[in-house]
Write a protein that binds this ligand. Structure first.
Ligand code: PLP
Length: 362
């Protein structure tokens, strides 16, 4: 179907094949057909996340599980590592859940570094932290391995990690990192329709969740594990999403994980080069640029060319592509271009050609 192709950082373009799978006939979610479907994708989900733990499917966007992780795992006080709109929001959400929460704020555009986290955790006040691997609002990828190395020093602190816009595009080895929760929404790098969250938990997180009062039902981690043991979900899932995910996993493993990771890195580099060719610099600090989207500086920081972003968006949209005009307080002072999902060198070249043409018309 003719449509404007999404190059915003989620939702992204969904392939015909994925849509066909999404539209499979419904089955009962307590029947053998669903259990077989669920069980059939578990090994690949575990391979994708480099884990031996169960991988859970939540019918919600990512925020559901982000909030759920806080409700299940913060019993004392949470340290929210904040470097952009989504990670900042997690502090607000933690407080709204009635939790004691402290902000570790770095300037937007900068990553979260382990030494600062270490200093805060050393106070002994915290039993959990939240951390966003790829802060989608700023296009910054914070060093996850560096952070995860702290877990050995603070084994009782729950490391809750949002990889919403990096899971399946960047290698994240859940078991080896030793982290406690890893989650992602379906509409980002998985290139599925929005509405599903894929996540996994450490045994320590499950044990701790079991002792949590007021953890509710819908996002109870213990319920997810109990049901996963029977190849089911706690409540009626979006069955179309599970079919779509099964189809996407076929694609992912046909390509190969390493090839998929390399493709995302290459396509992100291509967009960074496009920006440089047009006299822009990037919003993220050097060396911490995302592999799944490019956040172009358009006056939020000094030294860049500045263009009329809404006009640029319109000129590109007229050619069939939607790019993002910046998020939150850096709207218009940045713009963002996604390379998540099924993009290829030639599809990105087509987008860059449209952007080239738009730049000439500005
Ligand atoms: C998109 C996004 C979210 C929020 O996802 P929802 O689908 O709106 O719940 C959270 N964190 C990051 C890093 C994101 O990119």
């Amino acid at each position: 179907m003719a449509h404007v192709k999404l190059h915003i950082p989620g939702p992204v373009e969904v392939s015909e094949k994925t849509f066909r799978a999404f539209c499979s006939p419904m089955i009962g979610h307590r029947g053998q057909g669903f259990k077989d479907l669920y069980a059939s994708i578990q090994p690949r989900l575990q391979e994708l996340l480099y884990t031996r733990q169960s991988v859970y499917l939540s019918t919600s966007s990512a925020w559901g599980v982000m909030e759920g992780a806080v409700r299940n795992l913060v019993h004392k006080k949470v340290l929210n590592c904040m470097c952009g709109a989504f990670s900042d929001k997690w502090n607000d959400v933690s407080k709204r859940c009635g939790k004691e929460a402290e902000a570790l704020q770095v300037p937007w555009g900068s990553p979260i570094r382990a030494d600062e986290v270490d200093r805060r955790l050393a106070t002994g006040q915290f039993d959990a932290l939240t951390f966003i691997h790829n802060e989608t609002s700023t296009g910054v990828m914070s060093p996850l391995a560096e952070l995860a190395a702290l877990k050995a020093k603070y084994p009782d602190v729950m490391f809750i990690i949002d990889s919403v816009s990096s899971m399946s595009a960047v290698k994240i080895e859940f078991d080896a990192l030793g982290i406690d929760v890893l989650l992602a929404g379906s509409q980002k790098a998985f290139a599925l329709p929005p509405g599903l969250t894929v996540f996994t938990c450490s045994p320590a997180a499950l044990a701790k969740a079991a002792t949590a009062k007021d953890r509710g039902y819908y996002f109870d981690l213990v319920e997810f594990q109990k049901n996963a043991a029977l190849s089911m979900t706690p409540s009626t899932p979006s069955i179309g999403h599970v079919y779509a995910l099964a189809s996407k996993l076929e694609d992912i493993f046909a390509e190969g994980l390493d090839a998929r990771f390399a493709r995302h890195a290459k396509l992100a580099r291509m967009t960074r080069d496009w920006a440089a060719r047009h006299g822009f610099n990037l919003f993220p600090d050097k060396g911490f640029e995302s592999m799944t989207l490019t956040c172009v500086n358009n006056g939020a920081k000094p030294g860049s060319r500045i263009v009329d972003v809404p006009k640029l968006q319109k000129l590109v949209k007229d050619q069939g592509f939607l790019i993002d005009g910046g998020y939150g307080k850096i709207k218009g002072a940045t713009f963002r271009i996604s390379n998540m999902g099924d993009e290829t060198e030639s599809s990105m070249q087509a987008l860059h050609a449209a952007l080239d043409q738009a730049m000439q018309q500005l």
